[in-house]
Design a protein around this ligand. Structure first.
Ligand code: AMP
Length: 415
């Protein structure tokens, strides 16, 4: 086992296994379940079930604050994310709803597991906030990027990202927005993806109004508003790998136009064949940029960046560079696929079919399979009141399901 030297706050005691509900647990839960208490966390107030104690802020994202806590029922540490008024606008609502529905369905060791969902409000009229309880990890990948990683750790982290993404693809979910802040790790070097990325209908392209969001890891086809396929996520994994090797962001664009400039300055202006795939207005912009020759991968990732103190490490360094050169390809039709990346010599040392093709567990836990697809989820457009209703129903559905001892299942509403 390989360790990442991340400071662990407390040891997690052993408790009930994750997917079983023991009788004691159910009895105690019934007594305590409806009892809440409030405490201030930064600028926010967390109102959580009493079973969750010792809350400490551990991160914040676009949706709100995340705390670690000790769960007295499961006897383990957990992470709790507060979604404040998730129905307040289309963007928040769609993201929260999609996250709730998909988290309930997906089950893979490299995707964060859902442990509980609750709201402290008692009625739909009062409904305000949703709390999502997840497995607790030790750090996000931004913190790991600062460390000097050997080939074993680096390749193992990449292998797990690829396994998680492959699993999402198998469930019809293409992420498109994988980034270090949405990937979490434990000190034993295990890794999980935290979110489900951009909705299919999310507007992204060059001609969109800029708003503050990390775009460093977005693939050219996303930046340029082109059609995309599953290997859009391989580009992001390539950018993350490059950052882990270099210790700094590979394409640090200041806005969506600068993002494209950073890509072509380093990799070179793409061929005419690629430009022909762009729509007219984007092509005109791209063709009018200065032409860049780009750098070779030996220049972009010189030997000094890799541990190369032995013949074995020298071989690994050249394999790592080869993998980068196959993932960081502007034209998606010439870029490696997720399955090919998993077979690459730098990665395939970890290959375990039960992790790579974890469909059997998925089908078992998913039975009956979900009646809703990611595409259907994305196509939803609702008013604030309708979103409030839908999200509230998802929370209630969770409470119903867990009451009967079932942890995962299909979404509440399909209408
Ligand atoms: P999010 O709101 O999901 O984007 O998460 C924001 C940040 O909170 C992440 O970048 C992590 O640093 C942290 N975080 C979220 N969920 C977890 C978790 N389950 N375990 C550990 N840290 C987490």
């Amino acid at each position: 086992m390989y360790f990442l030297y991340i400071c662990l706050e407390t040891e997690v005691p052993l408790g009930c296994p994750k997917y079983t509900l023991c009788p004691d647990f159910i009895m105690n839960r019934n007594k305590r379940e409806k009892e809440f208490y409030s405490l201030d966390v930064g600028d926010s107030t967390f109102t959580v079930l009493k079973r969750y104690q010792n809350l400490r802020p551990i991160g914040s994202g676009a949706q709100g604050i995340v705390c670690s806590a000790y769960d007295h029922n499961l006897e383990r540490n957990v992470a709790i994310k507060k979604l404040s008024r998730p129905f307040q606008n289309q963007t928040h609502a769609k993201r929260a709803y999609r996250e709730l529905v998909l988290m309930k369905c997906v089950n893979h060791k490299n995707i964060i597991g859902l442990l509980n969902v609750f709201t402290p409000q008692k009625t739909l009229e009062e409904f305000q906030d949703v709390y999502i309880v997840m497995e607790l990890m030790d750090a996000n990948l931004c913190q790991v990027i600062q460390m000097e990683l050997d080939h074993e750790r680096l390749s193992y982290l990449l292998y797990q990202m690829l396994c998680g993404i492959k699993h999402l693809h198998a469930a019809g979910i293409i992420h498109r927005d994988l980034k270090p802040s949405n990937i979490v790790v434990k000190s034993d070097c295990t890794l999980k993806i935290l979110d489900f990325g951009l909705a299919r209908t999310a507007a992204t392209g060059l001609l969109m109004t800029p708003y503050v969001v990390t775009r460093y890891y977005r693939a050219p086809e996303v930046i340029l508003g082109m059609g995309y396929q599953a290997n859009v996520d391989v580009w992001s994994i390539g950018c993350i790998m490059a950052e882990m090797v270099r210790g700094s962001v590979l394409f640090p664009g200041t806005d969506h136009i600068d993002q494209w400039n950073k890509v072509i300055e380093q990799l070179g202006t793409p061929s005419q064949e690629f430009l022909m795939k762009l729509n007219q207005s984007v092509r005109t912009y791209v063709e009018n940029r200065p032409r860049y020759a780009g750098f070779t991968f030996e220049k972009l990732f010189p030997d000094v960046l890799f541990p190369a103190d032995s013949e074995h490490n020298k071989l690994k360094a050249s394999q790592a560079r080869d993998l980068l050169s196959k993932m960081l390809v502007i034209d998606a039709s010439k870029r490696i696929s997720v399955s090919e990346a998993l077979q690459h010599p730098y990665i395939n040392v970890w290959y375990d079919p039960t992790e790579v093709e974890a469909v059997s567990t998925y089908l078992l836990i998913m039975w009956p399979p979900p009646l809703i697809t990611d595409k259907q989820l994305d196509e939803r457009e609702h008013t604030v009141e309708e979103w409030k209703d839908l999200i509230y129903m998802e929370v209630q559905d969770w409470e119903e399901r867990t009451k009967n001892g079932v942890i995962r299942g299909q979404p509440a509403s399909l209408g």
